[in-house]
Write a protein that binds this ligand. Structure first.
Ligand code: FES
Length: 150
């Protein structure tokens, strides 16, 4: 049952600053939900604005959508993050951001040796193949991440 307070996808996009295509994507991923009118148009409860705000903040911080989905799954039954939820989520995500910063600083330090080199040596370049990690995965290993972040 829709109410007069519900938002169309265009209204949700205008209020949240998200593109309509992004909202549809988040809905396909189960991060937000809508109801359908008798004319089969989407209608969003106003509380979805808060979920979209959290998704936007997470995206700006580089938090994967899968992580956001797991966090939303742990919210109380109404699924609307309140102030305490946001404090808990942002604290957990700060740890993840700190970890990424440390990884990037490590990569930057390795890259220093590559500047002006260009050898891309699998044996010698600490940036292309750090610690010969590809070699340790066997003869058919690749340099592609087998478990990329979402
Ligand atoms: S490109 Fe030569 S050491 Fe990295």
């Amino acid at each position: 049952m829709s109410s007069d307070q519900d938002l169309s996808v265009g209204q949700l996009a205008a209020r949240s600053g998200m593109r309509v295509s992004a909202l549809h994507f988040y809905e396909r991923r189960g991060l937000i939900t809508s109801r359908r009118t008798t004319g089969n148009q989407r209608r969003y409860d106003r509380s979805v604005l808060r979920r979209v705000a959290v998704i936007g903040a997470a995206q700006r911080a580089g938090i994967p959508l899968a992580t956001v989905a797991r966090a939303f799954a742990e919210l109380p039954s109404d699924g609307v993050p309140d102030q305490a939820d946001w404090q808990r989520l942002s604290a957990a995500w700060q740890q993840e951001i700190d970890k990424r910063i440390a990884q990037l600083e490590h990569l930057r330090d390795r890259l220093d040796g590559c500047i002006g080199c260009g050898c891309l040596s699998l044996a010698a370049c600490g940036f292309v193949n750090p610690d010969d990690a590809a070699g340790s995965r066997g003869i058919r290993s690749t340099l592609l991440d087998p478990d990329p972040p979402i």
